[in-house]
Design a protein around this ligand. Structure first.
Ligand code: HPA
Length: 234
């Protein structure tokens, strides 16, 4: 069986899927970290691969940018491919002064300006959180690796370019550590379908100091984050 966005058959995708936003990064990671790699998707160039890491079956697939895109792919992975865990591996803009370029953020919760959770017809505001089980494992791995990490809330926005220039400060005031665009939809889908999700982010730019990392620097931190994700994959 395939879906409108994924040509894989059931069984081709592992129980845990790592999701970078960029499908070409999924390709690079699969080719460099996994053994016995097999490509299961190329619909819309949203490449997906399954292979093994230290003998463990793991999949890596692009999510695209934004909540609608990760909303579609995570829905299909959870509902049609028996996927149990999705670990997003992405980048974010830092929103606090003590968070520096290349630090890792292990996402505990996601705030949003998106309407994504309206579909669940809840009588209030849904707080999207990651799987504590995955989060605890990620923290342990980060400690073991000696990387600088922070655990907390992020703002998962529908906007990269904001007309309201003060929006970042308002979310920062509420304690958000970083800005990205996918975790709310991912965590909400995981909750609704009884599955697990976690997001690991490397800080690619700072919304406080306006510094940016070079492509080469991003690559390096991405490696540490990727290794954490691969180690905790179930
Ligand atoms: N905003 C949203 N998403 C991002 C950012 C940002 O500043 N940086 C990296 N991903």
């Amino acid at each position: 069986m395939s879906t409108p966005h994924n040509q894989a058959t059931v069984g081709e995708i592992a129980k845990t899927v790592l999701m970078p936003g960029d499908p070409l990064r999924a390709k690079f990671l699969a080719e460099n970290y996994l053994e016995d790699v097999h490509q299961f998707n190329s619909v819309r160039n949203m490449f997906g691969y399954t292979g093994t890491y230290k003998g463990k079956k793991v999949s890596i697939m692009g999510s695209g940018m934004g909540q609608p895109s990760i909303g579609i792919y995570s829905h299909e992975l959870y509902n049609f491919y028996d996927v149990e865990s999705i670990i997003r591996i992405g980048s974010c803009g830092a929103m606090q002064e003590n968070i520096h370029l290349r630090d890792i953020i292990i996402v505990q919760g996601a705030c949003t300006d998106s309407n994504f959770a309206h579909q669940f017809e809840l009588p209030g505001t849904y707080s999207a959180i990651s799987s504590y089980e995955l989060l605890e494992k990620a923290v342990n791995q980060a400690k073991e690796k000696g990387v600088t990490y922070h655990v907390g809330n992020v703002i998962a926005s529908d906007l990269f370019y904001h007309a309201d220039k003060g929006s970042t400060e308002k979310w920062a005031h509420m304690g958000c550590l970083g800005a990205e665009m996918e975790s709310y939809a991912l965590f909400a889908n995981a909750a609704y379908y009884g599955k697990k999700a976690l997001t690991l982010l490397t800080v690619s730019d700072s919304l406080v100091t306006q510094e940016e990392t070079t492509a080469e620097e991003r690559e390096k931190t991405f490696t540490a984050m990727m290794e954490i994700a691969l180690e905790i994959a179930e």
